[in-house]
Design a protein around this ligand. Structure first.
Ligand code: AMP
Ligand code: MG
Length: 400
């Protein structure tokens, strides 16, 4: 059985060949999308020398008294040609009058009619309180780099560069399908041996969290014929990823692997030396330049979601170059049981105390316990060669 790192490398190798599409969207629709172009400043930023404070613009000299000759408020420029004698009232953001090289904050002066006096003990330094043209960025320089995730900070820069339309990478289209005879709709009450389908909801949300498009194919019985029809139809759709849950282990009614094979999906791996989520399947479907990454996840609600967090999410982040490290090393607050040579992803609660990251995992690690998973905020990653980590040891935590 392959290890986690080998499996992840295989996915990375495949996903990096993936042809990324782009599209143009309105700037307001670009939030949370990934920029597919280098955005160039079409003007200097800021576009003109301006005042950083409310105050008086002067031409610097040794003097401490000036004559106020007028005012310029932000957006209402009028021309003045300053001598060392003169001061012009300015507001924050005002374009500076000709010859002004310094702005004295309003708090540092006394005004008597049209006479301006520097208060005692106020410091006057040449060049102070000026935001000079192009100081933030020069025209024709790159303002926002390709592959930047657009957030409130970057959208402000795009707006300042006049980008009403932005080229972003198209969202991935991901079809999800759950399988299992025991599954019922969530508006039904489980009776007998049935349970409400939860995986399609968790995967739907996990993909939405990443801002991709989800095609929800619902769930189907463990019937090879029906699953074949569903998978066939899914692979014919214009999708990038197909994620199934359930039926990928070694049980009598675990048909997914066979079905994928029958539909021409090339298996890249099946089963990884991890816990939970060992039975994960990964394959590639290619047809007429179209390429679909196929993930068959186990049905256990915790396993499927852990698989998503440790394989699918980081692979998509890698594809869109969003894979800067988001992991945190923390001090374990309780002993953890780990007796085998698998890589474990234990559910944990990460918190900060006295400036130190700490993590507890004092709850059941059963891969069926969804509620406990929902209360966790991280996965504690324990490598293959590490056994029974003790309270006080440092562990790597993946935020979820
Ligand atoms: P399987 O991988 O098909 O062997 O399923 C493993 C376990 O996960 C079984 O206990 C199933 O009842 C449960 N399970 C499978 N699919 C789902 C689902 N979509 N939602 C909730 N539980 C599921
Ligand atoms: Mg099943």
């Amino acid at each position: 059985m392959i290890n986690y790192s080998e499996a992840f490398e295989i996915i990375k190798k495949e996903i990096q060949k993936f042809p990324l599409q782009t599209e143009e969207v309105d700037i307001l629709e670009s939030y949370n999308r990934i920029l597919a172009e280098d955005v160039i400043a079409d003007v200097d930023l800021p576009p003109f020398d301006n005042s950083a404070v409310d105050g008086y613009a002067i031409k610097y000299s040794e003097r401490t008294e000036w004559k106020i000759i007028g005012e310029i408020s932000a957006g209402n420029y009028s021309a003045f040609n300053l001598t060392e004698n003169d001061a012009v009232l300015v507001t924050t953001g005002s374009k500076l009058p000709t010859n002004a090289d310094t702005v004295i904050p309003i708090e540092d002066v006394d005004v008597n009619g049209n006479v301006l006096l520097l208060k005692q003990n106020s410091i006057l330094k040449k060049g102070m309180n000026i935001r000079s043209q192009g100081n933030d960025l020069r025209k024709n320089e790159i303002a926002v780099h390709r592959f930047t995730k657009i957030d409130a900070k970057t959208i402000a820069v795009l707006a300042s560069c006049g980008k009403e339309k932005v080229i972003v990478f198209s969202k991935l289209k991901v079809a999800i399908l759950a399988t299992g005879d025991e599954l019922i709709q969530i508006n039904e009450k489980p009776g007998g041996d049935k349970l409400r389908v939860s995986n399609i909801y968790s995967l739907y949300a996990a993909l939405k969290e990443m801002n991709h498009t989800v095609i929800n194919l619902g769930f189907t019985k463990d019937d090879k014929e029906i699953i074949t029809q569903k998978v066939k139809a899914a692979l014919e759709m214009d999708i990038d990823l197909l994620i199934t849950t359930g039926g990928v282990s070694v049980g009598k009614y675990d048909f997914l692997k066979e079905v994928f094979k029958g539909q021409g999906v090339k298996e890249k791996f099946w089963k990884v030396n991890i816990k939970p989520g060992k039975p994960i399947y990964f394959g590639i479907y290619e047809k007429e330049k179209r390429k679909v990454l196929v993930f068959g996840l186990p049905g256990n609600p915790v396993s499927s979601l852990v698989n998503f967090y440790v394989f699918i999410k980081p692979a998509i982040e890698f594809l869109f170059k969003q894979d800067e490290m988001k992991n945190i090393t923390a001090t374990l607050q309780n002993d953890l049981k780990k007796k085998d040579g698998k890589r474990h992803f234990a559910r944990g609660i990460l918190f900060e105390e006295n400036g130190e990251w700490k993590v507890t995992s004092e709850f059941s690690q059963s891969s069926g316990n969804l509620v406990e998973m929902s209360r966790a905020n991280c996965l504690i990653e324990i490598e293959e060669e590490r056994f029974n980590p003790k309270k006080g040891e440092r562990v790597k935590c993946i935020l979820i």
